[in-house]
Write a protein that binds this ligand. Structure first.
Ligand SMILES: CC(C)(COP(=O)(O)OP(=O)(O)OC[C@H]1O[C@@H](n2cnc3c(N)ncnc32)[C@H](O)[C@@H]1OP(=O)(O)O)[C@@H](O)C(=O)NCCC(=O)NCCS
Length: 165
């Protein structure tokens, strides 16, 4: 689980060595538009520590993504998230701007869903997306997720999509 590949991506379990790439990723306003806005280097440092702890506690979490030539491409993962007071497990994916529009999010979403449902044997996995984030909603729909409900998350209108085993 620490490492896996898809057709075009290599996923490596999150570690401190990914901090510099993630700081740059989170400082891009286009990338961070639907992720709560740009994050300072300090905030991303805490983010990396928190997500490494998630791995230690649960045995799964975030991976850094590289293209097959070794270039950092983004991050993706499976994590616990409280939604309306319920402990859910979501898939998440974020790519550097220059990698958008090539089907990479769809590729990693399918792989994450397979890990969640088949390897981890989770009964279901969700996607949580800002209502107006058309591209990410499409990623979930293409990966077989069904729209479940609208709700508020950190004061933002979001939609919850779900796929069951
Ligand atoms: C959202 C994001 C992950 C999509 O990644 P991507 O690799 O470009 O997505 P894909 O190429 O797999 O495209 C998925 C679908 O969305 C569509 N799409 C992409 N951008 C779109 C846009 N701006 N408006 C409408 N549809 C869009 C694609 O056409 C494709 O659908 P199709 O196959 O039916 O044509 C990427 O833009 C990103 O990293 N954004 C910043 C981080 C983020 O918001 N992450 C998601 C948080 S919920």
């Amino acid at each position: 689980m620490d490492r896996f590949s898809t057709e075009r991506l290599i996923a490596e379990r999150l570690n401190e060595g990914h901090l510099t790439d993630l700081v740059a990723l989170h400082l891009d306003p286009d990338v961070s538009r639907y992720l709560g806005g740009v994050r300072s280097a300090d905030v991303t440092k805490v983010y990396v520590a928190t997500n490494m702890t998630h791995w230690d506690r649960h045995g799964f979490g975030l991976w850094a993504l590289r293209t097959k030539d070794g270039a950092f491409a983004g991050r993706a993962g499976i994590r616990h998230i409280p939604v309306d007071g319920v402990d859910e497990i979501e898939i998440a994916y974020t790519f550097k701007r220059n990698h958008w529009g090539q089907g990479l999010a769809s590729e990693i979403a399918t792989a994450l869903t397979d890990i969640g449902l088949s390897q981890l044997q989770l009964p279901s996995v969700i996607g949580l997306v800002s209502v107006e984030h058309v591209a990410s909603r499409r990623v979930l729909e293409k990966a077989g997720y069904a729209l479940e409900k609208h709700t508020a998350h950190h004061g933002e209108d979001v939609v919850i999509y779900r796929i069951r085993r």
